[in-house]
Design a binder for this molecule. Structure first.
Ligand code: TXA
Ligand code: MG
Length: 321
């Protein structure tokens, strides 16, 4: 199959309506989209990504009025958060209605709903009569794509069309939350900072990093991983222990590490901005992975803003496979 890259929303709407898969831009990462209500189309997402069938997909909708079509209960706090942050990098896990096929939710009885903040994709959702199931458009376990070219590099030949919306400005996936009574429980750190959520919803609980029987089954420990060996920690120490190797260094802030073993170095934000760092972290991993290195070394960044979410992606990249 030939894969085209283009900007025709009408063509994408047609392809989706006949059950095809299309890559779509969002503010976070590119998604691999299909009609969320079409079991067969959804099954091809799992096939193309080589994704475990128990890992549920996020369902993308055009506005918060759609939530009650697909979820049987929508708490007031959910609508309040949606009003504050949607369209935007937040996903709400709610009890599902039967119109959502079991395949879409990995067999579970909850559905993840999100309103993506991208003009092309919102225009697309407005043309469609169904919501879009879309996981990140990467093979399962690899780095999420933040440009149309990244999608092409890995899915060319497997899907007919990539809707090109430029580089994704947030650059890491949405924050996934659910509700226990009216309290917010965070299942995945992501593009909306915890402080922002807490300003609207009060103190949240964190339920992340659960790899055995996880309540958010995508949260397996090793994820987002480059193919090149990847170490995370004290850069100076790790470099001195690996001097004989060709090293790529991913760093942050006002640092200067000089060593002849460093073949390539990327600063996620020289001015120390965690939002900028988050927007660059997947770009940096890909660039390093393409540079023919023996080893990538990265340092953790401060936890404020999107720092904790960016660190989560670095930790998963470094986790043993
Ligand atoms: O920013 C994003 O969220 C991107 C763009 C394309 O929207 N999508 C994305 O999808 O990151 P994916 O499939 O790569 O990650 C979805 C995450 C997984 O960790 C999955 O386990 C969790 O959301 N999730 C989805 N449905 C869930 C559910 N019903 N209950 C708990 N967790 C769920
Ligand atoms: Mg993903």
């Amino acid at each position: 199959m030939q894969t085209r890259i283009g900007t025709s929303v009408t063509e994408v709407a047609y392809l989706l309506s006949i059950g095809e898969l299309v890559a779509i831009p969002t503010e976070t990462v590119y998604g691999l989209a299909a009609n969320a209500l079409d079991e067969k189309a959804v099954q091809s997402i799992f096939r193309v990504k080589n994704r475990p069938v128990f890992n549920p997909l996020i369902v993308h909708v055009k506005d918060a009025e759609q939530f009650s079509k697909y979820a049987s209960e929508v708490p007031a706090i959910c609508l309040k958060l949606a009003k504050a942050f949607s369209p935007g990098p937040i996903t709400f896990v709610l009890p599902k209605r039967n119109v959502i096929p079991d395949h879409t939710t990995g067999g579970g009885n909850s559905v993840a709903l999100r309103i993506p903040h991208h003009p092309l994709t919102l225009e697309l959702l407005n043309q469609l009569h169904f919501p879009l199931a879309a996981p990140s458009a990467n093979p399962s376990g690899y780095i999420s794509p933040v440009s149309a070219q990244h999608v092409f590099d890995q899915l060319a030949g497997k899907i007919p069309y990539i809707l090109d919306g430029g580089d994704c400005p947030v650059g890491i996936e949405s924050t996934v939350i659910t509700f226990e009574k009216e309290k917010v429980v965070v299942l995945r750190l992501g593009g909306l900072g915890i402080e922002d959520i807490e300003r609207v919803a009060g103190k949240v609980a964190l339920q992340i990093n659960q790899s055995s029987n996880p309540s958010s089954p995508g949260q397996l420990k090793s994820h987002y991983a480059p193919k090149t060996p990847f170490l995370l920690g004290d850069a100076a120490k790790l470099i001195s222990e690996n001097k004989e190797k060709k090293i790529g260094l991913i760093c942050f802030g006002d640092v200067e590490i000089q060593n002849s073993a460093i073949y390539k170095s990327i600063n996620l934000s020289s001015k120390g901005d965690t939002y900028e760092a988050a927007s660059k972290v997947f770009h940096a991993m890909r660039e390093m992975d393409a540079a023919g290195l023996d080893l990538i070394i990265a340092t953790l960044i401060p936890e404020n803003g999107l720092g904790a979410a960016a660190n989560d992606r670095l930790e998963r990249a470094a986790a043993e496979k």
